[in-house]
Design a protein around this ligand. Structure first.
Ligand code: FMN
Length: 172
């Protein structure tokens, strides 16, 4: 499948079947994340793979939505603030969020490619998630990716509502 086709077909999935996801598919998705570019190639990300029943339900407490509880597993993308590149000599901006976001999109596209579904989730309770994953001080959770087979009866591809290119571009 061409990249644009994959981008067009991917959508946020908010209904999953309970089946476990094969380890080789999870590893393929993680490998696509690992190969992402990053500022100064510092690779400031950390991925938490959440598959045990106990850990999955703890993560689900941090984002209390019924659809989220249908996912059999989660990948949590984090940044390591002790590793991420800070823009020097100007504003010290931390690019760890940007690094993490690139891996996150690789995760979304790779998930769609292997016939699974996910949904980028940022509106979680950061305190509950930090406790659930027992994150050390230097690790910050950026996004949760529920992962699973799509319950196609409940989750359908909707129209891609996007602004026109002319609305989001400036040509100089
Ligand atoms: C940074 C970011 C944060 C998001 N957080 C959430 C979230 O907390 N909960 C949720 O249901 N969807 C979340 N989404 C999914 C968006 O709502 C979704 O991508 C957008 O509406 C476009 O729909 P599509 O992904 O189906 O094309 C998030 C997406 C991004 C990129």
């Amino acid at each position: 499948m061409k990249l644009k086709e994959l981008i067009e077909n991917r959508y946020s999935v908010r209904a999953y079947l309970p089946h476990a996801v094969e380890e080789e598919k999870v590893n393929y998705i993680l490998e696509c994340a690992r190969l992402a570019p990053s500022a100064c190639n510092l690779q400031s990300w950390k991925f938490y793979i959440v598959t045990t029943k106990e850990a999955v339900s703890k993560v689900q407490e941090s984002y209390n939505r019924e659809w989220f509880k249908t996912a059999p597993m989660h990948i949590v993308v984090c940044k390591d603030v002790s590793v991420s590149w800070k823009r020097t000599n100007t504003d010290n901006k931390d690019f760890g969020d940007v690094d993490a976001a690139i891996t996150a999109e690789h995760i979304c596209l790779a998930t769609a490619e292997v016939g699974l579904g996910t949904c980028w989730v940022c509106n979680f309770d950061p305190v509950l998630l930090k406790e659930a994953l027992r994150l050390p001080e230097n690790i910050e959770a950026i996004a949760i990716f529920p992962l699973g087979y799509i319950d196609t009866e409940k989750s359908l591809l909707t129209d891609k509502k996007r602004k026109l290119l002319s609305e989001v571009t400036e040509r100089l």
